[in-house]
Ligand binder design. Structure first.
Ligand code: ZN
Length: 392
């Protein structure tokens, strides 16, 4: 026994000694890429490079895949391409698309235009939704949370643009549950909206997949699973907001009823996901359409069944992109959305909107704590978050 212990001790100290004598992985971050390449040749390790736009000077190492102090091995480094605002056409006063979806149906459409499932294009095929997501990604859009956008927090890589995805009506095909697995977790239909979004989360990790779901009193219309669905959504980076209790038309009801419609839905969410839903309302039919309508005040603030609520913002049923949250014309209480549908590039369908956005979209500087804009646009800035401003 004693012999074995001594032997083990020798082995351990021996190993330890060997590691100390060995050259370890240095810190490359902040160094020039050439220094790293020379080190690689001298020490026979392979250096793989990935380039990224960054504020640090061109050629500076931003990150390394193997941490400092580890054993020497092949390593991947991310190197700065520098940040030339003019080349990237950075404009953080540009427009941001907030896409409005309703149902996603796993059907083959041969009756309506493009991927529409109904005449007006509120309902979309699963394949069309996949194509939409590919299209946004390929055109340089990355998802952000609606609530972050309203707060002026836009975390998108330099040279790319933010996009927001929303779903109204809490349809079952938003997140269709097929049953529970052995751990009691919900099994989600891969052809429902969330199923498709989750597949994009895996396919493009840098897409930052997220969406906001606006529900009514029936939640996701799957009584057995509603509680699990709500908790799953907020635990997996999605948001849930208010679409009124009974899909009310706020032009047709009175003030008290408006308070009840909004307050009772907030209270319902409070029961399942207290403090974890967003205080944002997607107004059914986009009604009452204008802020000076008396009922609009009931959307923003009220009290129902002993609980008071305040709403951060409301969404219309819209046709075009919103402005940057830093633009003087941004109204944080009422926002426009784009109806995600096909109409041969006309009538503010997806194609038409993204054609317009080519010329006026928000293009990020890659830093959520600065606002970078062409200097001639300076007078359009409302720096409500008091961020650092870079004019070029
Ligand atoms: Zn609706």
């Amino acid at each position: 026994m004693k012999i074995i212990v001594i032997f083990l001790l020798l082995l351990v100290t021996g190993c330890h000694k060997e590691v100390v004598d060995k050259k370890l992985m240095p810190n490359f971050v902040g160094q020039n890429v050439e220094v790293v390449e020379t080190f690689g040749i001298d020490n026979s390790i392979e250096i793989t490079k990935e380039e990224k736009y960054d504020k640090t000077p061109k050629g500076t190492v931003i990150s390394q895949s193997v941490s400092e102090g580890s054993e020497l091995t092949d390593i991947k480094i991310v190197v700065s391409k520098g940040l030339d605002y003019a080349t990237l056409e950075v404009d953080e006063l540009g427009d941001v698309p907030i896409m409005m979806y309703h149902g996603i149906h796993n059907v083959t459409n041969n009756k309506y235009t493009g991927g529409n499932v109904d005449y007006d294009g509120y309902q979309r095929t699963a394949d069309a939704f996949r194509k939409d997501l590919e299209f946004y990604y390929a055109n340089g859009y990355r998802m952000i949370r609606l609530t972050d956008y309203v707060d002026g927090i836009i975390d998108v890589e330099a040279g790319l643009s933010p996009i927001i995805i929303t779903f109204d009506d809490g349809l079952a095909n938003a997140i269709k549950v097929e049953g529970l697995d052995e751990n009691g977790e919900i099994i989600i239909d891969p052809n429902s909206a969330v199923g498709i979004l989750e597949s994009f989360k895996k396919k493009y990790p840098d897409y930052n997949v997220t969406a906001t779901f606006f529900v009514n009193g029936g939640l996701f219309r799957q009584p057995t699973y509603n509680e699990k669905i709500l908790n799953w959504l907020v635990a997996n980076g999605y948001d849930v907001g208010n679409h009124s209790y009974s899909h009310a038309n706020f032009s047709d009801i009175d003030y008290e009823e408006s308070v009840e419609e909004i307050g009772s839905l907030y209270n319902l969410l409070d029961k399942y996901i207290p403090g974890k839903y967003v205080n944002i309302i997607a107004m059914p039919y986009g009604s009452p359409y204008r802020k000076d309508h008396e009922n609009f005040k009931a959307l923003l603030k009220g009290s129902y069944d002993g609980k008071s609520y305040t709403t951060k913002t409301t969404l219309m049923v819209g046709w075009e992109a919103e402005t940057s949250p830093f633009h003087v014309s941004f109204d944080n209480e009422i926002l426009k959305r784009i109806r995600a549908y096909d109409n041969n590039g006309k009538e503010f369908d997806i194609e038409m909107n993204f054609r317009i956005l080519k010329n006026n979209r928000y293009i990020s500087d890659g830093d959520k704590n600065t606002i970078t804009i062409p200097k001639e646009r300076k007078n359009k800035l409302n720096n409500r978050r008091k961020l650092d401003v870079i004019l070029y």
